[in-house]
Write a protein that binds this ligand. Structure first.
Ligand SMILES: NC(=O)NCCC[C@H](N)C(=O)O
Length: 403
C-alpha cells in the first residue's frame, strides 16, 4: 500500500526511495515456449514459481528498507473497477486486425462482461484461441489458427516496470515502447495512471504515442538533469521529444542524449550504467571511455539548442554542476566484465545514496562496489534474469525523498 498522503515525485536516481511500482511475474510467464521466447524478448524459459519467489524476496528487501511496494496487477485491477477504464481495457485487448471483425466483436462482448480481475488477467497473460469463449457460427480466423496461438498476446515483459513508465519530478511519462512484444504495455500503464485513485490526478509528461522512449534509457542524474540513452529502444526523435516536453513543463533544464550500441546486451542505458551515489555511477568498463553525450538545453523561446558531442562523464559533471562524476572502478578483466554486464551487474537499484540492490550472482562487481563503500543488498535472480533485466529494470520509483 502506497502512502497516499504524499504525492508521487522523483527528482533523482538515488534520493531515499519511498514508493515503487513492481510487477510480480504471473501467468504471462507461463506463455513462454522455446518457439516464442525470442520474439517475446526472453533468453530462456523461466521456472515461474521460482521467479515469483525471487521477486517476493526482492519486494521484501525493499519493504525492509521502508519502501512502499505497489504491485502492478493490483493497481490494474483497481483501475479497471472504473467503468470507463474497463471499456478502455476491452478496447486495448482486442485487435481487429488479428481477429477479424466477427471474432473481435464477439470477444469484445465477452470481455465487457468479465470482472475487473478477469480483464486484468487477459490484459497481462493474454488469451489463446482455445481459451476464447465458444461462439456460434464459423470464424475462418478461429479455424485457421492453432489452438495455442495467441488471440491476445501475453505481456511477459511487464516485469520490467522501469521501461513502461517513468516519473520525472511530479509528472509521469508513459513510454512508447519499441518492440512489438511490449507495445501493448503502454495501454496497461495508461489505464493505471488514468484511473487508479492514487494516480488519477498525476500530470503527464510526454505523450504516450510520441516517438519511442523506454524508461531504462532515462536517468535522473540530478534534479533538473536527465540522461537519455539513444540506441536499440529509444530513438533520437524520442529523446528530442521527451526533452522538449520536460523543458516546456519546467521540470528539467538539461538533457544529455547518450548514444549507446544497438545490441541486445546494451538495449538500454541502464544495462551499462546506473547511479550508486549522488555523484557516482557503476559502469561497464568498456563504456567508461567511449560513452559520449549531446547536451540539449531550452533556448527560452520554445526551441532546443544542441551542443556536443562530448565525453559523457564530462558533460554529465558539467550539467550536474559537480567537479566530476565518479565511476566506481569494478576493475574487472574483460571476460568477467562482459559476463557480469550480461547478467545485469551494472543494473543496480539505489535505495538511498550509497545503498543499492544488485543480483547476487555478480559476485565480483558487488565485491568491488562494497570495497568502494557502496552497500550492496544482494537478491537472487537466476529466473528473473532470464528476460535480461536487473533490479533497476524491475522497478519504477514513484516517490523518492529529495537528496
Ligand atoms: N531497463 C532494462 O534494461 N530492462 C530490461 C528489459 C528486458 C526485456 N526482456 C526487453 O527486452 O525489453
Amino acid at each position: 500500500m502506497i502512502d497516499e498522503t504524499t504525492p508521487p515525485r522523483v527528482d533523482s536516481e538515488v534520493g531515499p526511495l519511498r514508493a515503487v511500482l513492481l510487477h510480480r511475474p504471473g501467468n504471462e510467464l507461463k506463455r513462454l515456449t522455446p518457439r516464442n521466447n525470442d520474439q517475446l524478448l526472453f533468453d530462456s524459459i523461466p521456472w515461474v514459481d521460482r521467479a515469483q519467489d525471487e521477486h517476493d524476496a526482492f519486494a521484501e528487501v525493499l519493504r525492509g528498507r521502508g519502501v512502499d511496494v505497489l504491485l502492478l496487477a493490483d493497481a490494474l485491477r483497481t483501475a479497471l473497477e472504473d467503468d470507463r477504464a474497463h471499456a478502455a481495457g476491452v478496447h486495448a485487448a482486442v485487435d481487429d486486425r488479428r481477429l477479424g471483425g466477427d471474432l473481435a466483436d464477439s470477444l469484445r462482448s465477452h470481455l465487457s462482461g468479465v470482472s475487473s480481475a478477469g480483464l486484468a488477467e487477459v490484459l497481462m497473460a493474454g488469451m489463446t484461441f482455445e481459451e476464447l469463449p465458444s461462439a456460434e457460427g464459423a470464424s475462418l480466423v478461429r479455424m485457421m489458427n492453432h489452438p495455442h496461438d495467441f488471440a491476445v498476446d501475453p505481456l511477459p515483459n511487464l516485469l520490467f516496470t522501469r521501461d513502461s513508465s517513468v516519473w520525472i519530478a511530479d509528472r509521469v511519462a508513459i513510454s512508447s515502447l519499441t518492440m512489438p512484444a511490449r507495445r501493448r504495455e503502454t495501454a496497461v500503464l495508461d489505464l493505471i495512471y488514468a484511473y487508479h485513485p492514487q494516480f488519477r490526478h498525476a500530470a503527464r509528461a510526454y505523450g504516450a504515442h510520441s516517438a519511442p522512449i523506454e524508461g531504462g534509457d532515462v536517468m535522473l542524474l540530478a534534479p533538473g538533469v536527465l540522461a537519455i540513452g539513444v540506441g536499440e529502444r529509444t530513438t533520437a526523435a524520442g529523446a528530442e521529444s521527451l526533452a522538449r516536453s520536460v523543458f516546456a513543463d519546467g521540470i528539467a533544464h538539461t538533457v544529455l542524449a547518450v548514444p549507446i550500441e544497438q545490441s541486445r546486451a546494451t538495449m538500454h542505458l541502464d544495462t551499462v550504467c546506473t547511479m550508486v551515489d549522488a555523484d557516482a555511477v557503476v559502469m561497464y568498463p568498456l563504456a567508461r571511455d567511449s560513452l559520449t553525450a549531446f547536451t540539449l538545453r531550452p533556448t527560452g523561446d520554445g526551441g532546443v539548442k544542441v551542443a556536443g558531442p562530448a565525453p559523457f562523464l564530462v558533460a554529465a559533471a558539467e550539467a550536474m554542476e559537480i567537479d566530476r562524476l565518479r565511476v566506481i572502478d569494478t576493475g574487472l578483466d574483460p571476460v568477467t566484465a562482459e559476463r557480469e554486464q550480461w547478467d545485469d551487474g551494472n543494473n543496480t537499484l539505489a535505495l538511498a545514496p550509497g545503498v543499492v540492490v544488485g543480483y547476487e550472482r555478480n559476485v565480483e562487481t558487488n565485491e568491488r562496489l562494497e570495497a568502494a563503500g557502496i552497500e550492496v543488498l544482494p537478491i537472487a535472480g537466476s529466473e528473473l534474469g532470464s528476460g535480461r533485466g536487473g533490479p533497476r529494470c524491475m522497478s519504477c520509483p514513484v516517490r523518492r525523498d529529495p537528496l
